[in-house]
Design a protein. Structure first.
Length: 549
């Protein structure tokens, strides 16, 4: 196409040169035919001038009407753009409120759907483009006034229903969050046992873990969106540079076309001067010339002039088309530069990210997670103190157990001694019985009074010894019962200590996991800030390059 456009002026230039040369060497005609031809040409020129004036007036009227329509269209488009921006802001606010209320997955999916629908514009005339942009109903076909009206009403009702659906979704999310909060409040407000408190604590740990996982996924989605926006900015910059090159090329072609038109105009003026001079110089000669030759030459001259006019009109049409293409390219360049400037302003503003709703949402959740971690640390400290107390208690119990073992050995020894004493006691009882029998025999024998007194002394001493052995036996039995009770208490305390140790280990593992997740979130936020700074530097460099160009 470019080669054909470049060859077209050369052909027209050669045609103009050939016509000029033909008019330069053409022989003069008779004065009557020349006057008739001049009068016919003058009448034709006047008609053409009148038609040209009428066309100019009509063109000016159409331009005024088009200007008024464009002004009305700009005001109409401004209103639609404002309404569309407010509506989109409402949808984004509803989605972000839903995300902040707790449903991050559904909210980000709705946000992706809203961003995808923002890119779809209906394929209709330029007067309805912004209206379809406002309605965001996807691509459709332009089918006239009634079809557009019906489609606008359907799309408007659909968008209104989707907005009401988002509001209902937000209300359901808030109600669910409120129900969860009330359930937690009810569960935590009552007097709970240790096992119930541990169960509630584990539920809270699971809930916090889910919240942190969803938060990390949300950060990943935002990071991908940031990368997508960076890619779009890069494509805008590349398209802007290509448009600049295209504008330069079209401007060069337009300059060449204008130079060709100017050259053709000068040649036309020179040809008119030459024809006027030649007609004045050759009037005497034409009186004796041949009539047929002069009529042929005048016909050739008229045809050459008509071809010259047609070539000039074609050149003007070509210049007008090139000028319209240049204007369209300039308008596209202005819109693209405006969009690029808006994106650069959004990314150059340091407070844009810090004041954005997702950043505040993530910051609030991070603060909440830090508060939960501090609370868990306090619980771990309390458990640590309980653990220390249990360790001291365990040491005391181990000491008591050792003493109980000693008492057990002593009991065993005492049992053996008791058995020995019982045997001795049986022997003593047998001896006592024998002595009593002997004493009875001695009493019968009145002659042996000394032996009777001796036996009585021996019996009283033996009874005293038996009472002492029975008292010692009772003491050893009490010591054995006490040792058994201490042993049972030591076993119960050991089981409680093992349960507390397992609970402390589980809480320590949960705290370590949450600390690692918080560290990963902090590193992810730092990486996002670094990427934002790199993108800002990249945009500044490209903006400076565009400004230099």
């Amino acid at each position: 196409m470019e080669n054909s456009d470049a060859e077209e002026p050369d052909k027209k230039r050669r045609h103009i040169d050939s016509v000029a040369s033909a008019m330069a060497w053409s022989s003069p005609t008779s004065p009557d035919e020349r006057t008739i031809d001049a009068a016919a040409l003058q009448c034709e020129n006047q008609k053409l001038i009148q038609q040209l004036d009428s066309h100019k007036h009509e063109l000016h009227a159409l331009e005024d009407k088009l200007k008024n329509l464009k002004e009305k269209q700009t005001t109409y488009d401004d209103k639609l753009i404002k309404v569309n921006r407010l509506w989109n802001q409402l949808v984004d606010d509803l989605i972000l409120l839903g995300v902040r209320a707790g449903r991050i997955h559904d909210g980000l999916k709705a946000l992706d759907h809203a961003e995808q629908t923002k890119g779809s514009v209906a394929s209709c005339s330029s007067e309805d483009t912004f209206l379809y942009t406002l309605l965001q109903s996807g691509p459709t076909e332009y089918s006239g006034g009634n079809g557009i009206k019906k489609h606008v009403e359907e799309a408007l009702s659909a968008r209104r229903s989707s907005t009401m659906g988002l509001m209902r979704y937000l209300e359901d999310t808030i109600n669910n969050q409120r129900a969860q909060t009330e359930a937690l409040e009810i569960s935590l407000s009552g007097n709970l046992s240790e096992e119930d408190a541990i169960i509630q604590q584990r539920k809270l740990d699971d809930f916090m873990r889910e919240e942190i996982n969803t938060l990390s996924e949300a950060i990943g989605i935002l990071n991908r969106k940031h990368k997508d926006y960076a890619d779009e900015i890069q494509t805008y910059i590349i398209s802007h540079s290509t448009d600049q090159l295209e504008i330069k090329r079209i401007a060069g072609e337009l300059d060449e076309s204008l130079a060709e038109v100017e050259e053709s105009r000068r040649k036309l003026i020179n040809m008119k001067i030459q024809t006027g001079g030649s007609s004045g110089l050759h009037v005497p000669v034409m009186l004796t010339g041949n009539g047929s030759v002069s009529s042929e030459q005048s016909a050739d001259k008229i045809l050459g002039l008509k071809e010259l006019k047609s070539s000039i009109e074609e050149i003007k049409e070509l210049a007008a088309t090139r000028l319209s293409e240049l204007q369209e390219a300039q308008e596209n360049n202005l819109t693209l530069s405006k969009q690029l400037q808006d994106l650069e302003n959004e990314l150059k503003d340091d407070k844009f990210v810090l004041l954005s709703r997702p950043y505040h949402l993530l910051n609030d959740r991070l603060l909440h997670s830090n508060a939960e971690v501090d609370r868990y640390k306090g619980l771990i400290d309390s458990f640590q103190s309980d653990k220390n107390y249990m360790l001291r208690r365990e040491k005391e119990l181990s000491a008591k157990a050792e003493s109980a073992d000693g008492a057990r050995t002593a009991v065993c020894k005492s049992e053996t001694k008791i058995e020995e004493l019982q045997i001795q006691l049986q022997k003593c009882i047998v001896e006592r019985n024998d002595i009593e029998m002997k004493l009875e025999e001695a009493e019968q024998d009145s002659g042996r009074k000394d032996i009777k007194d001796e036996f009585r002394v021996m019996a009283s001493a033996l009874s005293k010894e038996m009472d002492m052995m029975e008292a010692q036996l009772n003491r050893w039995k009490d010591t054995a019962h006490e040792a058994l009770s201490l042993r049972e208490e030591a076993y119960s305390l050991k089981a409680l200590l093992s349960a507390k140790t397992a609970e402390h280990e589980s809480l320590s593992e949960n705290c370590a996991k949450q600390t690692a997740e918080i560290k990963s979130l902090k590193t992810l936020i730092e990486n996002l800030q670094k990427e934002k700074q790199e993108l800002q530097i990249f945009l500044d460099m490209h903006g400076q390059e565009c400004f230099d160009k």
